[in-house]
Ligand binder design. Structure first.
Ligand SMILES: [Zn+2]
Ligand SMILES: [Zn+2]
Length: 379
């Protein structure tokens, strides 16, 4: 290989385009003939220009990396290859090395699929439990009706690009160690589309789409939760050139309920009952999602006990059936006793032998107590 272009610019072989550009600019400022007219420096200046010409152009850099010199009129003299081996095109070699991807040919379409869009939707717990139907206002790109997505003003149409004759790419032939090398790049006049729009549609400025507000009716299935996303296929943004629309995702945000807390598909609530009712047992009316229900409080119910109401929770999103409503009971100790009530309670305490109760550790705290004792006694 004649010249090591990477060494000339002082960059690594895997250097990115930015790095190459920076190195070149730094050296060019230093070695520019206006700054430094010394003939040796001018020689160096020519070298860095050549190195930059090759390494800044992906196609030429590839040729160079494969052992050729894209600037040498006879190719780089890599063994048996030379001017004589001109029987096959460079793109054939590239295809052999990199697969057909680099050989993709022809103009690219102006039409592309649109982006997905997302919208948040607040619903109540009741709506989540049973499902609902909502009207949604969405602002998305829709196909421009003036030009039907074509991008051309009414009465005009896209014309075949005269620079690339509709191929979308322009080719350049250079000679290298492999013989003639044909390099292609997207056509600068039509950006690779193969067509140009001489008079863009005034409504959409040639994009083929405009923003519009639409109203959509969305069915929210029973059982959705915070963060559930409902996919509405084809209701997202229309693509450039009137391309197919992306999808719209509706993300559920459930508002906090004043009474029920949701955990999974179960609901939890707390009811308070007086001490006497907890002891004697009673029935309390409770407003559930399904209307008022009588909840059975059995005699001797303790504070903190919970009563499950099966099937009164949220509908399972998949598989049907419903979660439970768990009613947590909180027993209220009576306060502000009048003399008669106080007397009654004192007589009850005597009858139950509870005038001076010793207090008992509840299960679980006993273990903690003995550990504390052990710690005090140094065991
Ligand atoms: Zn238009
Ligand atoms: Zn063109």
């Amino acid at each position: 290989m004649a010249t090591d272009y990477y060494a000339v610019l002082g960059v690594r072989r895997d250097a990115g385009q930015d790095e190459i550009k920076k190195a070149f600019r730094r050296l060019a400022r230093e070695l520019h003939p206006d700054v430094n007219p010394d003939p040796k420096t001018q020689e160096r200046f020519k070298e860095i220009n050549a190195a930059y010409e090759v390494l800044s152009d992906p196609q030429k850099r590839q040729v160079y990396d494969l052992g050729g010199d894209p600037l040498s009129p006879n190719g780089g003299g890599a063994g048996g290859f030379g001017a004589g081996a001109a029987g096959f095109g460079f793109s054939d070699i590239m295809d052999a090395f990199f697969g057909a991807a680099s050989g993709q040919r022809g103009p690219r379409s102006r039409t592309r699929r649109g982006q997905d869009a997302m919208i948040r939707l607040e619903i109540t717990l009741e709506e989540a439990a049973f499902g609902t139907t909502k009207e949604l206002q969405v602002d998305t790109a829709v196909t421009c009706t003036t030009c039907s997505g074509e991008g051309a003003a009414p009465g005009t149409s896209a014309q075949t690009c005269d620079m690339c004759r509709g191929k979308g790419e322009v080719s350049q032939v250079t000679r290298s160690f492999l013989g003639q090398v044909m390099t292609s790049r997207p056509c600068p006049q039509c950006q690779g589309f193969g067509t140009v729009v001489p008079t863009p549609c005034p409504e959409c400025a040639g994009d083929g789409r405009v923003r519009a507000r639409r109203t959509l009716t969305v069915k929210i299935p029973a059982g959705v939760d915070n963060g559930t996303r409902i996919q509405l296929a084809g209701e997202g943004e229309v693509g450039p050139g009137g391309g197919p629309a992306g999808d719209l995702y509706v993300e559920i945000a459930e508002t906090t309920h004043t009474v029920f807390q949701r955990r999974g598909d179960d609901l939890h609530c707390t009811v308070t009952i007086p001490m006497t009712a907890a002891s004697l047992g009673t029935q309390v009316p409770l407003q559930t999602l399904d209307g008022v229900e009588e909840v059975d409080i059995r005699p001797g119910t303790q504070s903190g006990q919970s009563i499950p109401l099966h099937g009164r929770g949220i509908t399972h999103l998949r598989g049907g059936g419903r979660g439970d409503l768990i009613v947590h009971v909180e027993v209220q100790t009576p306060t502000k006793l009048d003399p008669e009530q106080e007397d009654l309670l004192r007589r009850l305490a005597v009858l139950r032998g509870e005038e001076r109760p010793s207090g008992q550790f509840a299960p679980g705290q006993q273990g903690l107590f003995s550990r504390l004792k052990d710690a005090f006694n140094g065991r």
